[in-house]
Design a protein around this ligand. Structure first.
Ligand code: GAL
Length: 341
């Protein structure tokens, strides 16, 4: 067949193609702009209720983020402690999934027993979700005298977790905990050991125990959070001032074993971390940029259910880390880029 005869057919086909393409382009709804994260504001979930995930942690499983934290909602049974789980695909809109822990005093620690700072890891070998939490209660005349971690597991990310036991990691006191999964998939627990400082330790292969200490940073800090960014580890912690905010600080090291640098302020100290306390650092690797998010709690001790969240992208690199003044922001999860409305 000669081109003379082919051409009209090809032209018609490509013309139709253009029409089809244009029709598709017009029929696609415009992409909504990334949702706005508002530090310090009430953060409603899909039910319109303020998110209850205080002292929380984030697990990315598949293409979904899961946020676990202390549920300090009103009207709960005062004898029980609760952990709630929310899911999101954009880190801004959160769907309530389940109260994954509704626990009565599991080891007879008494009416003032404590369950704080739950963190969930996914173990790819056992295909189980493993939750660590700060388990405590009065002992030796001190309100937080027991100083242990608790472990609970579940086969489903947002299922009902089964409490297994509590223990002192590697025999040390443990109060505030933080979670960290390195780029090679190794899982670590950060825990505050009051007599000595801040410990980073590797979990065992099944994650059900704490296996090996990587370092002891001899600084008395809690709210521990850790990130590996461009070849450096950055650790953040707050001073020990209970619910009251204080100037959080960071240090860096090339290896988890150290040596660790001096601690420096992450924000102007007079702002006391803009009224917040660190709980987690989250790295979002996009096609254009890697963004590290500071996640903190703005505690309201007298109206705990109304405690707020301060999430802000950090200025980070070359051994420096800085929390900019909080303001509403947006994250493009695909590119990793941050913008401001
Ligand atoms: C903070 C700690 C919180 C909670 C509080 C109780 O220092 O980070 O998780 O334990 O003390 O006073």
């Amino acid at each position: 067949m000669s081109m003379r005869y082919l051409f009209p057919a090809a032209a018609a086909a490509s013309f139709c193609g253009i029409l089809l393409f244009s029709a598709q382009a017009f029929s696609q709804p415009p992409q909504p702009p990334p949702a706005v994260i508002r530090p310090g504001a009430v953060w409603p979930d899909n039910r319109g209720q303020h998110i209850q995930a205080h002292g929380g942690g984030i697990l990315k499983y598949g293409d979904t983020y899961y946020w676990f934290g202390e549920d300090r909602g009103q009207g709960l049974d005062p004898a029980k402690r609760y952990v709630s789980c929310y899911s999101s695909k954009d880190l801004a809109h959160w769907t309530f999934r389940n109260q994954v822990i509704k626990l009565s005093d599991p080891e007879n620690f008494g009416p003032h027993w404590v369950l704080e700072r739950p963190k969930v890891f996914y173990n790819a070998r056992t295909k189980r979700f493993v939750m660590y939490m700060h388990i405590d209660g009065p002992a030796g005349g001190r309100p937080y005298g027991i100083a242990r971690v608790g472990v609970a597991t579940c086969d489903i990310v947002d299922g009902d977790y089964r409490y297994l036991r509590s223990f002192r990691p590697l025999g040390h006191e443990s109060r505030d905990i933080g979670q960290f999964v390195d780029d090679d998939g190794t899982a670590y627990l950060i825990f505050e050991d009051r007599p000595f400082g801040f410990r980073i330790a590797r979990l065992s292969a099944n994650y059900l125990s704490v296996e090996k200490q990587m370092c002891l940073i001899p600084a008395h800090m809690e709210g521990g959070a850790l990130i590996h960014y461009q070849g450096l580890y950055y650790v953040i912690g707050s001073r020990l001032s209970g619910w009251a905010p204080n100037p959080n600080k960071y240090a860096t090291a090339r290896r988890l074993e150290g040596p660790w640098s001096e601690f420096r302020d992450i924000a102007p100290p007079e702002t006391r971390t803009y009224g917040s306390q660190s709980t987690m650092l989250l790295k979002v690797v996009g096609t254009k940029k890697t963004t590290v998010i500071f996640m903190g709690d703005i505690w309201k001790p007298r109206t705990q259910w109304d405690s707020r969240y301060l999430w802000m992208p950090l200025e980070i690199g070359d051994g420096k880390l800085w929390l900019p003044e909080p303001k509403p922001w947006m994250l493009d999860l695909a590119t990793g880029e941050v913008s401001f409305p």
